[in-house]
Structure formats: structure tokens, C-alpha cells
Design a protein around this ligand. Structure first.
Ligand code: ZN
Length: 338
């Protein structure tokens, strides 16, 4: 009697193991098939560390606009030089492992599958090049872009490529990828960019605004923001004033002794060229302009990149299934892609 129950238990254990292995095999096989079929639908490739360094340093237009504040915060030293910054930047580039490339391909394939499933047509984009780099120079961001180059944090990619084995664990990676993809899409499609910005009440002007001295002093460059050419009407002290946004640090590096993300503020700069700025708290309609689907409102480009990622991943129902504070923004994005 005792032996029989032992045998029975062993049989159940063997069966359970076989079922688990079967599920894993089906999951891996379906992942393989989806990746092979769909990954190429979003044109992309991975740069080697050597090519990544060359690409990074070739973005001279970005570095040429750097303020001393930019350099200090990135090198984390007061009075740092451009040479030190470029040296540290180039050293930050890393090599993708085979496993990391496979993981990212599998996530890109899922993105393409989601787009196809929902009948969304993205505007055209040039080939996207993924570069792996540590994000010391960008205050620990998970990713950023230059043109159609997407730079992803080395630690972030490595951690997610390991966690990615767990179904559902890659949700945040997908959010980041859709967010960065948005920046590539707006650069390749200026008209679509203007349509996207209009969903949060911004108008793209035909002029590039020059930052006034009081902003330049504290300015922090964001590689995702290539232009200051779009404005919205903000209500400040009861008056309607056309302003564009700028991203500044509230302290100098000497005072802050930390990354710029820990000391940042979005300010509103009047389009008429006056040497002044307003804080976001001074604008009584700030939240009405940007909506409150995301707190990342340093620029219409960043706000819409987040909204785009939410629309693509979670549709009108939202992540929680309870919708959004501003569903019209999400619906507007979907309408433009249908
Ligand atoms: Zn961004």
C-alpha cells in the first residue's frame, strides 16, 4: 500500500514536469517564429561598439550646442571640458551580446505584431540603429536617441534580457522602445510630428526659437529634443502668452553634486524673445495644455512619446484597464494611425 502511493506520487511528478517542459517549449517555439517573421517589419540593426562610438561622436550638431552646465553635469565636475566629455561618452559605448540582440529582436517583433494586429500604420522611418551604452552621460536614463539611432542603457538591456524569459516581464522595455521609436518617427516625418503635437495644443512654427541668456545659463540638452520650434498658449497671471518649453537645472553642478535628473525643471519661454522664463507653476493651464496621462512633460516631444507608447501598448483601455485622465490624446494618436 505504501509502495503503491510512492509510485503514484512519482508518476504525478513526472507528468507535471513534462507539462511544464511542454509549455516552455511551446512558448520558446512561438517566440522564435514570431521573432523570425515580424522583427524585420521595423527596419533596424545593431551597431558594434566600434560603430556605436563613431555614430555617437558624429552627432557634432548636438555637442556643439552644449552649454558649460551641460558639460559639468555630464562629466560630474565643475569646469569640465568638452574633451573630457567626448572621451567619457566614447568610453561608454558597449558591445551587444548575441543573447541581448536576440532578446531585443524578440521585443521589436512583438511591437510589430501588435501594430499589425491593431491595424496601425506607422509613418515611414529610416533604418533604426541600436547602440548599447552606459547612461552615465545622460544621468542614468534607460535610453535616448539621435536621429534614428536609439541608444539603450547597457545595464537595462542586460537585466531585461535575463528577466525577459518570464512572460510579461518585458512590459517596461516595450514602453521604452515605443517611446524611443516615436522620436525616430517624428524626425523622419515633420508633418506627422506637427499632427502629434497638435493633440496637446502645440503648434509647430516655421522658425527655430533662440534660447535667451537666462535660460542658456541653466540649460540642459536632451538628445531627444532637436528643436525649439513649437509653442502653446499658456495663461500666466490671467494673460495668454505664447511660450515654448525648455529644460533647465535648478542648481549649478557645484551646488547639486548629483545628476541633472535630480535637479531639473521645465520652464516656459515666451516666443517674443524676451530674456525671461516662467515656471510651470505660474501657468494656470499647464496641465490642460499637456494633459496628465504622463508626468514627463519637459517638452511636447517627450510628452507625446510617452502618450504614443501607452496608445500602442495599452490602447484606449490603458495599462490599468481604467482608461486615462485625457483619453482624447490616446484616441487622437490611434485615429492618425488607423
Ligand atoms: Zn524621450
Amino acid at each position: 500500500m505504501k509502495n503503491k502511493s510512492k509510485e503514484e506520487k512519482r508518476r504525478i511528478r513526472r507528468k507535471t514536469l513534462l507539462v511544464i517542459l511542454g509549455i516552455i517549449a511551446i512558448y520558446c517555439l512561438s517566440n522564435l517564429i514570431i521573432t523570425l517573421i515580424f522583427a524585420g517589419r521595423i527596419p533596424h540593426r545593431f551597431a558594434s561598439a566600434e560603430e556605436g562610438r563613431e555614430l555617437m561622436l558624429s552627432n557634432t550638431e548636438y555637442y556643439d550646442k552644449f552649454t558649460q552646465n551641460d558639460i559639468d553635469f555630464r562629466v560630474r565636475k565643475s569646469g569640465a571640458t568638452m574633451e573630457e566629455l567626448l572621451d567619457a561618452s566614447s568610453q561608454s559605448v558597449q558591445e551587444y551580446s548575441f543573447f541581448e540582440k536576440w532578446y531585443l529582436n524578440s521585443r521589436i517583433a512583438r511591437m510589430a505584431l501588435k501594430l499589425a494586429w491593431n491595424g496601425y500604420n506607422l509613418p515611414e522611418t529610416d533604418e533604426i540603429v541600436f547602440v548599447k551604452a552606459d547612461m552615465e552621460m545622460e544621468s542614468g536614463a534607460n535610453g535616448y536617441t539621435h536621429g534614428t539611432e536609439i541608444y539603450l542603457s547597457g545595464g537595462f538591456v542586460t537585466a531585461y534580457s535575463v528577466m525577459g524569459i518570464i512572460p510579461g516581464a518585458s512590459e517596461y522595455m516595450d514602453e521604452v522602445l515605443f517611446h524611443e521609436l516615436f522620436h525616430c518617427l517624428t524626425r523622419c516625418n515633420p508633418e506627422w510630428r506637427a499632427q502629434m503635437y497638435s493633440l496637446i495644443n502645440f503648434t509647430v512654427a516655421d522658425t527655430e526659437y533662440e534660447l535667451p541668456p537666462c535660460v542658456v545659463e541653466k540649460y540642459i540638452s536632451n538628445p531627444d529634443i532637436e528643436h525649439h520650434d513649437s509653442y502653446a498658449t499658456f495663461v500666466i497671471d490671467g494673460q495668454e502668452i505664447d511660450c515654448y518649453t525648455a529644460w533647465i537645472t535648478t542648481k549649478s553642478y557645484d551646488e547639486a553634486q548629483a545628476g541633472f535628473m535630480q535637479n531639473d525643471a521645465t520652464v516656459l519661454v515666451p516666443t517674443d524673445g524676451t530674456d525671461m522664463y516662467y515656471t510651470r507653476e505660474q501657468a494656470s493651464n499647464f496641465d490642460e495644455v499637456f494633459g496628465t496621462n504622463t508626468g514627463y512633460v519637459t517638452d511636447p516631444e517627450e510628452c507625446m512619446a510617452d502618450n504614443f507608447a501607452y496608445a500602442m501598448l495599452y490602447g484606449t483601455k490603458g495599462k490599468s484597464g481604467k482608461g486615462y485622465p485625457n483619453p482624447e490624446i490616446i484616441q487622437g494618436i490611434i485615429d492618425y494611425l488607423k
